[in-house]
Design a protein around this ligand. Structure first.
Ligand code: GLN
Length: 451
């Protein structure tokens, strides 16, 4: 049914970069056979899923939406993919994203943008616009995204879906093509909070192949999503996330959701996180710094594309320059240049060092806020889905879309975005819930009440 739906709508939506028809059908048939044989199966067995194309899948092309990895076939599965397969979940295909997950609109994909199913003239968010659009357009019931600065939550917000960024270390990063290793985290995209909780329990948990993986078992999320009780829960509204620069309709829908939480028994307080003012600036130094280092491996020799210079000698350095010049898009080049600059001798302390200090201040602000509240809430993004081209030539305007999502990545804490109705323009608005590290269950407890 999902493959049929894909055939009907993906020509317009373009959520998928690769569709694995034969493999998905074979996986589904295998589950049917096991069920017919009376085998006890995992709860999501047989439920198909779409996976963001920055996560490696053995034997299936994985491109990170970059020309530099065109036709690259990974020799292994990411740990989370191994878990999906073990749970009997057929993988429908790989979803579109901004190249190497750099962006907030999927317009930076080397293979063309994804369109928002709510309005095909508008962006589906980014970088995980493909995963969110696939779920919103009913092409897949579930999807996997990655969130380095908001790439699960912001696309969920602008497509009316649910997206969860787990606690850093909660889901293995083994097999994720790294953007910024200290910020990256994979997580669920779904249409309901309960579905996200179910999927989170499948993909989460300790992995010895990821040295930053937490020892925590991935349990308690489904029970929390089903609890429907907020008595005694203190909800903190973050003063700095929601004022100036936020659309009127976004603010109104946010207030309505807060009122619903109050009706369900939550106690609402206001908290202040003054250092958030510097979060975006710190993020756009730390992320390019780590990205420039992570992307150094795409040298024309080890993976994917190789371009040899046509003029002059074929040296390693010249192959590297020709390959990277041809293989990377403008936004990737911009961030590599920013990152190498920020890390260079003489600038390291002033830029990268200062950004790391800001990161500590943000963690302290969160710690103080969580002393007064069990969860924090804000709009997920300042606006609803914008039109194609609106921010493409203005990187700062594009970056500003992430103000509300970035602090969670800098602090390593979990966050969830769920739909909170429509704005004045008839487009979906996202409501963000944040919890302290390793308290992901609180996201599902609060989110479950709102659906
Ligand atoms: N939009 C943010 C950026 O461009 C977030 C990216 C992400 O989470 N992968 O960096």
């Amino acid at each position: 049914a999902h493959l049929d739906r894909m055939a009907a709508v993906d020509g317009d939506v373009h959520a998928f970069l690769h569709v694995n028809t034969d493999e998905a059908l074979a996986a589904a048939a295998a589950v049917d056979a096991r069920r017919a044989a009376g085998e006890e199966l995992a709860e999501l067995a047989g439920v198909p899923i779409a996976v963001k194309d920055i996560i490696v899948t053995k034997g299936q092309v994985t491109t990170a939406a970059s020309k530099i990895l065109e036709n690259w076939v990974p020799p292994y599965d990411a740990t989370l993919v191994t878990k999906l397969r073990a749970a009997g979940m057929p993988i429908l295909g790989k979803t579109n994203l901004d190249e190497f997950a750099m962006g907030s609109s999927t317009e930076h994909s080397a293979y063309g943008a994804t369109r928002n199913p709510w309005d095909l003239e508008r962006i589906p968010g980014g970088s995980g616009g493909g995963s969110a659009a696939a779920v919103a357009a009913f092409e897949a019931p579930l999807a996997i995204g990655t969130d380095t600065g908001g790439s699960i939550r912001q696309p969920a917000a602008v497509t009316g879906t649910v997206g969860t960024k787990p606690t850093y270390g909660g889901v293995s990063r083994y097999g994720l093509i790294a953007l910024a290793s200290s910020l990256d985290q994979a997580g669920p995209v779904s249409r309901t909070v309960l579905d996200s909780a179910l999927l989170h329990e499948v993909i989460g948990g300790h992995d010895p192949l990821d040295s930053t993986s937490l020892p925590d078992p991935a349990t308690g999320y489904v029970a929390a999503a089903r609890s429907r009780d907020l008595k005694g829960v203190r909800v903190g509204i973050v003063k700095e996330l929601g004022g100036e620069g936020y659309q009127e309709g976004v603010r109104r829908s946010f207030e309505q959701s807060v009122a619903l939480l109050q009706q369900a028994g939550a106690e609402v307080v206001e908290v202040s996180c003054p250092s958030f003012e510097y979060a975006l600036a710190a993020y756009y130094l730390i992320l390019p710094a780590e990205a420039s280092s992570n992307l150094a491996k795409f040298d024309g020799m080890r993976f994917g594309l190789r371009v040899e210079p046509t003029d002059g000698p074929v040296t390693a350095e010249r192959v590297m320059a020709a390959t990277r010049g041809a293989g990377f898009g403008d936004e990737v080049k911009r961030r590599i240049i920013l990152g190498t600059y920020a890390l260079s001798a003489g600038y390291y302390d002033a830029y990268y060092g200062s950004a790391q200090k800001v990161r500590t201040l943000i963690q302290r602000d969160f710690a103080a806020a969580f002393a007064r509240a069990d969860v924090l809430v804000s709009p997920t993004a300042p606006t609803t889905a914008f039109k194609f081209g609106e921010k493409l030539d203005d990187p700062m305007a594009m970056y500003l879309n992430d103000v509300a999502t970035i602090p969670a990545n800098l602090a390593g804490i979990p966050g969830l975005s769920l739909p909170s109705g429509l704005s004045d323009d008839g487009l979906p608005v996202g409501f963000q819930v944040l919890a302290p590290a390793r308290e992901d269950a609180r996201l599902y407890r609060v989110g479950g009440v709102l659906e």
